[in-house]
Ligand binder design. Structure first.
Ligand SMILES: NC(=O)c1ccc[n+]([C@@H]2O[C@H](COP(=O)([O-])OP(=O)(O)OC[C@H]3O[C@@H](n4cnc5c(N)ncnc54)[C@H](OP(=O)(O)O)[C@@H]3O)[C@@H](O)[C@H]2O)c1
Length: 324
């Protein structure tokens, strides 16, 4: 018998129940892994609240983890019992052990520990596709990244700096502003006390940035659109303050024929080759020291509710892991 966090009905953090579960033997193409660390992500709160629909109730939440392979099913020859592995993207990570489709697993290279791996798969791969695929950032790029001291934000700042970009971040306290400064951001705006649109205009000499990566949503929209140069790009990729409603397409015209997409990591890593390429790129920047993973909080897995409360009340910075 193993234990897992289970959601029987969606709602606030108190719906996260520590329950007994059974994990069977892996079927064809599957592996059974024992978690050593589990990544906490804002998306976990969307599934918990019901903003995103889980395929069924009850379910175990969580989209990112690291652990050791205990057993593999028929046809799996790329991972074996004893391998250290990590993954992103299939619900069920808030558990001591689980079954998973083995083609979603990547081996954790030497030099990266399990806590770092668990905390960077989803957030780090997101930073990677945003900066390298959605809007390919170069040394000529000036970008604005909201929630710069958050999990995705601290990784993205360092990675964008590594690519040579001019980086502007926003954050919600002076302490977070300082943290973001230490993680690749040339300019950081406290958007609780300063008007970020005016500050971006000042910093860019009135021109605006090439791209805005906006995971805050409701509170930063439509200000984000006013920060972008003509023909630039707006990338709304999250909704930490609530979803954007009633978006008027005409606004893109009015603000300078802007481009936009509402992307998700999961569409960038559908094929195994895409997953492996993205993970390897991430492991490379971490192992080279260009990007450091800040695991700033950890919680026992059974206290996942406390972790959710802290994440949603803006108390966390960088990456958070749950330890089974
Ligand atoms: N589309 C994708 O592929 C993808 C993948 C990963 C993550 N995401 C999105 O990226 C965002 C960041 O994820 P994360 O896990 O790294 O979380 P996070 O950034 O560590 O936490 C969210 C941060 O958003 C800021 N925020 C602003 N207004 C807020 C509000 N009303 N309530 C709560 N937080 C608020 C807070 O920072 P300040 O106090 O500094 O404002 C908070 O710390 C989330 O929106 C997530 O859904 C999207």
């Amino acid at each position: 018998m193993t234990k897992a966090i289970v959601i029987r009905q969606t709602g606030g953090p108190d719906v996260l129940e520590w329950s007994e579960t059974t994990v069977g033997e892996p079927g064809p193409g599957q592996a059974r892994i024992r978690h050593t660390a589990i990544g906490l992500n804002f998306i976990d709160t969307y599934f918990r609240s019901g903003l995103y629909k889980a395929p069924q109730l009850p379910f175990s939440p969580g989209n990112e983890g690291a652990g050791v392979v205990e057993a593999v099913g028929e046809g799996v020859d790329w991972v074996a019992p004893g391998d250290r592995v990590a993954y992103v993207g299939t619900l069920g990570a808030y558990s001591e052990a689980r079954l998973i489709e083995a083609d979603r697993l990547v081996k954790i290279p030497d030099g990266i520990d399990d806590r770092e791996a668990a905390g960077m798969m989803l957030k780090g791969m997101t930073a990677r596709y945003l900066l390298r695929k959605t809007y390919p950032v170069t040394a000529d790029t000036t970008l604005l990244f909201h929630a710069a001291a958050g999990g995705v934000g601290l990784i993205a700042g360092q990675w964008a700096k590594h690519l040579g970009a001019t980086t502007i971040g926003t954050a919600g306290s002076e302490e977070k502003v300082e943290l973001a400064r230490q993680h690749g951001y040339d300019h950081v705006i406290n958007y609780r006390t300063e008007n970020f649109v005016e500050r971006v205009k000042e910093i860019t000499g009135g021109k605006g940035v090439d791209v805005v990566y906006d995971s805050v949503g409701q509170d930063t929209y439509p200000g984000s659109l006013d920060c972008i140069r003509r023909l630039g790009m707006w990338v709304p990729f999250g909704q930490s303050s609530g979803p954007i409603k009633d978006f008027e397409l005409q606004l893109l015209n009015a603000k300078g024929s802007l481009f936009t997409t509402r992307p998700t990591l999961f569409h960038y890593i559908v094929e195994r080759e895409e997953l492996v390429e993205t993970a390897n790129d991430l492991f490379d920047v971490v192992r080279s020291g260009a990007v450091k993973i800040r695991v700033n909080q950890d919680y026992p897995l059974q206290e996942a509710a406390r972790a959710h409360t802290d994440l949603e009340s803006r108390k966390t910075t960088g990456t958070t892991v749950l330890i089974p």
